[in-house]
Design a binder for this molecule. Structure first.
Ligand code: AMP
Length: 142
């Protein structure tokens, strides 16, 4: 965590404007200022953890509970057909604000967007052995 307050902390603290739609002791949610769709909302831990693996378990649970609670409320508010929920976890994945945030993006039939499968570059051509090795590495790590 950096010493300077992130832009999301500044919103939570009321130092800059933000359209806060949800707040608990540990979590806040507000409208994205440059929405990909009407109702695009960011759900954040109040503490400025930078990446997902830094979140304490209880805070991670609180963030996910907020995502689950808010998703249908957001869909209802903008009459969406669905939502895409995602995290840009690290700069190489497109994270610009170094404060964990879950994007909840309302989706509409025929909106021209794509699925999560569209976010990475070209698909790798992995052999069964390579897949087995990757699975084993993940399973063995902690
Ligand atoms: P990411 O690329 O995942 O880090 O996304 C950062 C998001 O924060 C972008 O969708 C921005 O539009 C959004 N954002 C940046 N500044 C603000 C702000 N002041 N209020 C609300 N959303 C913001």
């Amino acid at each position: 965590m950096s010493d300077d307050p992130t832009i999301f902390e500044q919103i939570i603290d009321g130092d800059i404007p933000g359209r806060i739609v949800y707040e608990t002791e540990t979590v806040a949610a507000f409208l994205d200022a440059n929405p990909l769709a009407p109702g695009h909302t960011l759900v954040v831990p109040k503490e400025p953890y930078e990446r997902l693996d830094e979140l304490p378990d209880d805070v991670a649970a609180d963030v996910w509970a907020a995502v689950q609670e808010l998703t249908p409320r957001i869909e209802d508010a903008v009459d969406a057909d669905a939502t895409t929920v995602g995290v840009n976890n690290g700069p190489a994945a497109g994270q610009e604000v170094p404060h964990v945030h879950v994007h909840v993006v309302p989706r509409f039939e025929g909106d021209g967007g794509g699925p999560i499968h569209a976010v990475a570059g070209s698909r790798p051509n992995l052999s069964d052995a390579e897949m087995d090795e990757i699975a084993a590495d993940i399973e063995a790590s902690d």
